[in-house]
Design a protein around this ligand. Structure first.
Ligand code: NAP
Ligand code: GLV
Length: 316
């Protein structure tokens, strides 16, 4: 059976594909034409989030295609409905990356508050001349209020970290989380109140039609001028132009971003602003977690091709 792996993935994942006729397409994101060509006759596709797997790709693969196994928890790069219509299973890698991605969110939160990017640039430019009583001061993190938008696996892992910093946790989600409220003393708020009350806001929703530009100009106007926004979910959940404007006008204090509206493009204003910390979509990028994600994606793919239920089916 033919398996197309769209990008080079950790060896641990490839080992789980032994016995299949495996093609690894490219190290960098493949050209669309190359993807459409390479996918022909595949029984399984192991994809990553840089590849858009839509009806055109599914049709190019042809009738033998049984499964698209995404090496990511987010699956907004896959047209799940089109896959369902064609009887193609879709899988993802939930759970395994929660702690690593929560670490990344907290890293960005701390770095944006305490101006780490600016400090690093100062040293590297050779312009740091002395310790300064008023140099690079930013708001304390400990003891403040963190608002978490999207209180699922990763959002709650972030909340546990916040408890270690003595923070109060507010959250918003589609449904109430009574267990987490008890365990974390987290408090449910509607989005507007969460934005008004929080010193830090961290986004952890999937990208859907509902969450596209969930945070824009109106939402920035509700936030405290001292607030810090962190986004490790998906770029289009935040209106980037509105965020760039809010940062430039100091309507909020700072932002820490791991994801962008049109990756790998980054809004040009962000590159000029001191008060935004920029990471290149490395939320889950620990060695251990990427190995496990590759293994899980491969196991899901193998399960479908061997006629078993995959561990992590995605439903449209
Ligand atoms: P999850 O467990 O499904 O949690 C998602 C949360 O978002 C849920 O609490 C859900 O509410 C909430 N939500 C969904 N739609 C909403 C809306 N319209 N308004 C408010 N809340 C909404 O997902 P997860 O595993 O934590 O992952 C979240 C996302 O993080 C992924 O989809 C992916 O895009 C992103 N991610 C990024 C990286 C990275 O490298 N930067 C790594 C991993 C994941 P309910 O619980 O009420 O349904
Ligand atoms: C990464 O962004 C993921 O969704 O796993």
């Amino acid at each position: 059976m033919k398996v197309l792996v769209t990008r080079e993935i950790p060896e641990a994942g490839l080992r789980r594909l032994e016995g299949f006729d495996v093609t690894v397409l490219s190290e960098e994101p493949p050209e669309r034409a190359d993807l459409l060509e390479a996918v022909r006759g595949a029984h399984g596709i192991l994809s990553v989030l840089t590849e858009k797997i839509d009806a055109e790709v599914l049709d190019a693969a042809g009738e033998d295609l049984e499964v698209v196994a995404n090496m990511a928890v987010g699956y907004d790069n896959i047209d799940v409905e089109a896959a369902e219509e064609r009887g193609v299973a879709v899988t993802n890698t939930p759970g395994v990356l929660d702690e690593t991605t929560a670490d990344t969110a907290f890293m960005l939160l701390l770095a944006a508050a305490r101006r780490l990017g600016e400090g690093e640039r100062l040293i590297r430019s050779g312009n740091w001349h002395a310790w300064g009583p008023k140099q690079l001061t930013g708001p304390d993190v400990w003891g403040k209020t963190l608002g978490i938008i999207g209180f699922g696996r990763i959002g709650q892992a972030v909340a546990w970290r916040a408890k270690g910093f003595g923070m109060e946790v507010l959250y918003t989600a589609r449904s109430r989380k009574e267990d987490a409220e008890r365990e974390l003393d987290a408090k449910l708020r509607d989005l507007d109140d969460l934005l008004r009350e929080s010193d830090f806001v961290s986004i952890h929703t999937p990208l859907t039609d509902e969450t596209h530009h969930l945070i824009g100009e109106k939402e920035f106007s509700l936030m405290k001028p001292t607030a810090v926004l962190v986004n490790t979910s998906r770029g289009p959940v935040v209106d980037e132009a509105a965020l760039a404007e809010a940062l430039a006008q100091k309507r909020i204090f700072a932002a820490g971003l791991d994801v962008y509206e049109e990756e790998p493009k980054v809004h040009s204003k962000f590159l000029e602003l001191e008060n935004v910390v920029l990471a290149p979509h490395i939320g889950s990028a620990s060695i251990e977690t990427r190995n496990r994600m590759a293994e899980i994606a491969a196991q899901n793919l193998r399960a479908v091709l061997e006629g078993r239920e995959p561990e992590n089916p995605v439903e449209g």
